[in-house]
Design a protein around this ligand. Structure first.
Ligand SMILES: *Cc1c(COP(=O)(O)O)cnc(C)c1O
Length: 423
C-alpha cells in the first residue's frame, strides 16, 4: 500500500530565499551528492535520461576489469550475471507495488510491451480489440500494430484519448494498455479505475510505467494490474539504454505465454533440448542473453531509490512542479506560454510541459544557457523534475534564465533555430 502524500503549500510569491530555505529543510537533499551533475547545469531532463550516479563509474570499471576481464565466463555464476534479471526485478518490485517474483528486468520497453500484448492476445482468444491511447509515446502504438498484424487480421488496435478509454472497453476488449503518466502532458491516468473497468468487462489491464517508476508511488498490486512494463533509464537513473522491466501478476504466471521463445525462457536452458518448453514462472518472459554491463549499472539507480522514501519523493515532486508552473506563469506572463500539463499536481507526473509556438528555439536557447529540458513536436517544451537531485533553488534559477531568454529575445538568434537530430 502507498501512504498518503503530504502536500507542500507554496507562498503567494515565492522568492529565492524561500527556495533556499526549502532546500535546507529538504530530507532528500543529501541524495543529490550521489549524482554527477555538471557545474552550472540545471538538469530538467531526468524524465528522458536520468543523471549518472557517482557510483556508476567504479561499478562499471569493476565489471569490465574484474568480472569480465579476469573472471571471464565464470562470472555468469560467481558474479551472479545469470540471475541479474530476477534479482533486479525483486529490487524494483517495491517501487511499483509489486511482490517478489513478479518483476523481471530485461530487454527494452518496446520489446517487453510486445511480449505482454502478445501474451494478452493469446489469453483472450475470443476477443479482438487492443485499446491504447492515441497520443501516447508512439512506440507503444507501433508495437500494438505489430502484434495485431501478426494475428493476420483477428486483432485490431483501437486508439482512444483519455476521456474515451472507459467507454471504449467492452466484451470484445482483449486489453487496455495505457501509459500511466503521459509522456508529453504528464497527465496521470487513474490506474485503479481503468484497471477495474477493464477487468469488469473481462479484459486485461496493462500499464506502461516509463514516466512513473521512480517518480511517484505506484501500486500495481493494490490496483490488481495484470501486466506492466517500463524503463529504468528515466527516473530510475539506470544509464543510457539500460534494460527495461516487465511485471506479470503472480496469477498469470504459467498461464501467460509470450511468443519470442528464446532459450532464456526455456524450462531448462542448460539442458539444450531440441524443442521449446516454457518456464512456469516469470523467466518465461526472458528471451536471450542480457546486456550485463547495463544491467549491473541499473542496480545502482535502484539502490538509491530504495534508500529514499517514495512519498517524500512525490511530495517534493509536486512542490517543484507547482513552483515551476507558478514562476513561469508569473514571470514570463505575456511571452506566449500555455500550460500543457494538468494544473492540479495530483493529476500530474513529475514533469511540466508548456506549449509555445517558438518552443524549439526557446529550448535551444535554454540548453545553451545551461537549463536542460527537451522539446516534443510540434510545440511542447518539456521539463522533468527528479526530486533526488533537483532542488527548489534550481527551479528558481531555471526560470530566471528563461526570463532572460524571453525578455532579451535571445531565442531569436540564428544559432538557436537549426534542428538537431535528437530533440
Ligand atoms: C521512454 C518510453 C519508451 C521507451 O521505449 P524503448 O523501447 O526504451 O525505446 C516507451 N514507451 C513510453 C511511453 C516511454 O515513455
Amino acid at each position: 500500500m502507498t501512504r498518503d502524500v503530504i502536500r507542500i503549500e507554496l507562498p503567494e510569491t515565492p522568492d529565492r530565499a524561500w527556495c533556499e530555505a526549502m532546500d535546507r529543510a529538504d530530507t532528500l537533499a543529501s541524495l543529490r551528492d550521489q549524482f554527477v551533475l555538471p557545474e552550472g547545469m540545471i538538469y530538467l531532463d531526468g524524465n528522458s535520461l536520468g543523471a549518472m550516479p557517482k557510483a556508476a563509474s567504479a561499478r562499471a570499471h569493476d565489471v569490465v576489469t574484474r568480472e569480465w576481464g579476469t573472471d571471464l565466463i565464470k562470472s555468469w555464476n560467481s558474479a551472479g550475471w545469470f540471475d541479474l534479471p530476477v534479482r533486479l526485478g525483486d529490487k524494483l518490485a517495491p517501487l511499483i507495488g509489486a511482490g517478489g517474483g513478479e518483476v523481471i528486468v530485461c530487454d527494452s520497453t518496446s520489446q517487453n510491451l510486445f511480449k505482454v500484448l502478445s501474451a494478452a492476445v493469446a489469453m483472450r482468444p475470443d476477443r479482438s480489440v487492443l485499446i491504447l491511447e492515441g497520443s501516447n509515446f508512439p512506440t507503444n502504438n507501433y508495437i500494438a500494430e505489430g502484434v495485431a498484424a501478426a494475428t493476420g487480421g483477428r486483432v485490431t488496435v483501437r486508439l482512444c484519448e483519455k476521456e474515451e478509454i472507459a467507454d471504449a472497453i467492452d466484451e470484445d476488449t482483449i486489453a487496455v494498455a495505457i501509459t500511466h503518466v503521459h509522456y508529453k502532458s504528464g497527465h496521470v491516468h487513474d490506474m485503479a479505475a481503468i484497471t477495474e473497468r477493464a477487468q469488469a468487462a473481462g479484459a486485461l489491464a496493462i500499464w506502461d510505467l516509463c514516466h512513473s517508476a521512480g517518480a511517484m508511488p505506484v501500486d500495481l498490486g493494490g490496483c490488481n494490474a495484470d501486466f506492466a512494463v517500463g524503463c529504468t533509464y528515466k527516473y530510475l537513473n539506470g544509464g543510457p539504454g539500460s534494460p527495461a522491466f516487465l511485471f506479470a501478476a503472480k496469477r498469470h504466471q504459467g498461464a501467460a505465454h509470450q511468443p519470442v521463445t528464446g532459450w532464456w525462457g526455456h524450462a531448462a536452458p542448460f539442458a539444450f533440448e531440441p524443442g521449446y518448453r516454457p518456464q512456469a514462472g516469470l523467466r518465461q518472459f526472458l528471451i536471450g542473453t542480457q546486456p550485463i554491463l547495463s544491467m549491473t549499472l541499473a542496480e545502482i539507480g535502484l539502490d538509491i531509490h530504495l534508500s529514499a522514501d517514495m512519498t517524500a519523493i512525490r511530495a517534493k515532486s509536486m512542490a517543484l512542479t507547482d513552483l515551476f508552473i507558478h514562476l513561469v506563469e508569473q514571470r514570463c506572463a505575456g511571452h506566449g506560454f500555455t500550460l500543457a500539463s494538468p494544473r492540479d499536481a495530483a493529476a500530474r507526473g513529475s514533469q511540466v510541459s508548456f506549449a509555445h509556438a517558438d518552443g524549439y528555439p526557446i529550448m535551444r536557447a535554454l540548453i545553451a544557457a545551461g537549463v536542460i529540458g527537451d522539446f516534443r513536436a510540434p510545440d511542447t517544451v518539456r521539463f522533468g523534475f527528479t526530486p533526488l537531485y533537483v532542488g527548489y533553488a534550481d527551479v528558481w534559477d531555471a526560470v530566471e534564465r528563461l526570463v532572460a531568454i524571453m525578455d532579451g529575445e535571445i531565442w531569436k538568434q540564428p544559432e538557436h533555430q537549426a534542428r538537431e537530430a535528437v530533440t
